[in-house]
Write a protein of this length. Sequence first.
Length: 477
Amino acid sequence: MKILFVTSEANPFIKTGGLADVSFALPKALHEKGEDVRIIMPKYEDISEDFTSKMTQLATYGVSVGWRNQYCGLKYLTYDGIPVYFVDNEYYFKRHGCYGYFDDGERFSYFCRAVMESVKYMDDFYPDVVHCNDWQTGMVPLYLSEIYKDRPEFSKAKSVFTIHNLKYQGVFSHSVIQELLGIGEEYFSEDKIKFYDGISFMKAGIVYADKITTVSKTYAKEIQTAYYGEGLDGLLRQKSAKLVGITNGIDYSSNDPKKDKYIVNYGLTTLKNKAVNKEMLQQLAGLPVNSDVPVIAMVTRLVKQKGLDLVTRVIEDILKMNVQLIVLGTGDNDYQDFFEYYASSYPAKIASFIQFNNAIASKVYAGSDILLMPSLFEPCGLSQMIAMAYGTLPLVRETGGLSDTVIPYNEFTGDGNGFSFTNYNAHDMLNVIEYAVSCYQDKKTWTKLVKNAMRTKFEWKTQADEYLKIYNEIVEE
Ligand code: ADP
């Protein structure tokens, strides 16, 4: 099977969140099963010299953006055996980070078109499946079905569109249709890409893909309801026969406390070293070193989705408990300021690292006892899975992938790998934090839960089979 995996970020080249992890781990798992899978993504400025120095230029060509013709350099390297193509245009992508620019609509219109034009330069590669991810790639299924289907390189190609987060939709003004996408006015209709007065890249992906997937079974159901549907629930209900939830996995070779280079290594039989990591983390965070106090951590984008309003609502009550709180994250200024303020006011109780930092993330996963993730919604969530791998118990709200991956502790059977609450309510969360803290005092129970969590696996090997199953289905159709 030949699969072209189209994404706007992939780890280790660049990462702003879980999409990057999935965008390398899934192709890697497919590659290990013998499939010919290739990744294509933009070449951003922040991709390190280690990678750019290894890239070779395969071709240069013109890409139409509305009536204009823009340069594209197609660059290439292999990493872990996987061919990775980079779309190079300095005007669009030689900028810091990945998104958040005024002209993102233009940048990703260009990217989608550049992907379509790139395939003929890929050696002996006529894709069976073009697998697109999130709004930034949403126009690819449209182009494939409407404009490029007669090109020889796409003669067999079917498309899959994966929704990693329905909240971010790529909605732009109506004028984008002709000025940037270069398609006719007939696409501005309710059954095509019109979304209120504008157009939606996400909607294009959903309407034109042969199969739609999202990243957990529960989220696949939730997005068909008005509460989680972000205005697209009606369309998703209509497409429900094509919509499948496949829960993400994590890459255990890069999330392994036995090998992680940033921590004192430990495993199921050397758990005492987790306590050493806790001590080092408390020191790093400037908190009193004390093994009896449970450390609650958050490793997260600081945005509303992550349930931060629950935390800000009852922060004083949390800090009154016998706990320490560590927050690692970046995002909205209000939340950043909030945690910095509390960290400076209560330096013995709370510490904040307002940065995106992989090394600190490892230290936090390894050194804390509880990972707090009270999300308002959560398509899948990787942080809770990583926390479990490090023997840190997730405390989550039961939504999306959090419901599918965290089994709340049952004190009667001893089962469970974390804690959870149902309603989006700050005091419900607080009650469960109190409960978890009381469980922490019972060392025997806690150690059992830690081991349960570390034994819980979310392997990409298994999940990749689910993707292969749907690839096969659409190819046979
Ligand atoms: P989302 O994709 O919505 O941000 P996920 O839980 O799916 O959330 O994935 C988040 C990923 O980003 C995890 O790998 C997590 O460890 C990582 N991450 C989040 N914030 C930071 C940060 N400030 N520093 C380092 N890694 C982070």
